[in-house]
Design a protein around this ligand. Structure first.
Ligand SMILES: [Zn+2]
Length: 199
């Protein structure tokens, strides 16, 4: 769990991002690779790996537990613009969520991808953005309400919602900027028109 970040430390790059279709059924590992941190079924230790392994087969331990990192399960990804973290460290930060980190070779871009499916995982996706220091995309602002409460727990849900408020604030600020731009252009067009008439 990360601490609340102040405004200066948030990455604003994902605020206007949307889910992107991507066929993870092909292209691995030439076009894309994944970084997934998972817990051992026995000892609970977190490791980064690909596929399923018995703990004692990947390191010097007696542990009989299994670790399973299957990579992306759904053909969507969620962009992480200007990603500049160590991918292994980032994967560990989101180990508790049903998402992994994906790296696309061609354009050297990173994104989040779901490692599970079958239900709306918007809370989990937003929590992953927040864990990685990104203000969450406004696309997810209308998060689903479940009978039992938020699926990521109350503390994480509160953190997601206050980050979402910040996304909205930043976006409002951007919109004000666009409004000023358009006002300036309107004045400029009028001025040009007047000049033209005066000629
Ligand atoms: Zn183990």
């Amino acid at each position: 769990m990360s601490e609340m970040r102040d405004g200066e430390q948030w990455n604003y790059g994902a605020i206007d991002e949307k889910p992107v279709d991507y066929d993870f059924g092909e292209g691995y590992p030439e076009k894309w690779e994944y970084f997934e941190a998972v817990e051992c079924s026995e000892c609970g230790e977190v490791r980064i790996l690909h596929g399923e392994e018995q703990h004692k087969d990947i390191e010097n331990t007696e542990c009989e537990g299994y670790l399973s990192a299957g990579g992306p399960m759904m053909n969507y990804c969620y962009p992480l613009p200007e990603f500049d973290m160590n991918p292994d460290e980032a994967a560990k930060k989101i180990a508790h969520l049903p998402v992994c980190l994906v790296h696309f070779e061609e354009d050297d871009e990173y994104a989040l991808a779901l490692t599970g499916g079958g239900m709306n995982l918007a809370w989990e996706i937003c929590a992953a953005y927040v864990e990685l220091g990104y203000l969450p995309p406004l696309h997810f602002a209308n998060l689903p309400k479940y009978a039992g409460g938020p699926p990521i727990g109350f503390a994480a849900a509160k953190r997601v919602l206050s980050a979402m408020e910040k996304s909205i604030e930043v976006n409002q600020h951007w919109l004000e900027g666009h409004k000023e731009d358009v006002k300036g252009l309107q004045a400029w067009v009028k001025e040009c028109e007047k000049k033209r008439k005066d000629e």
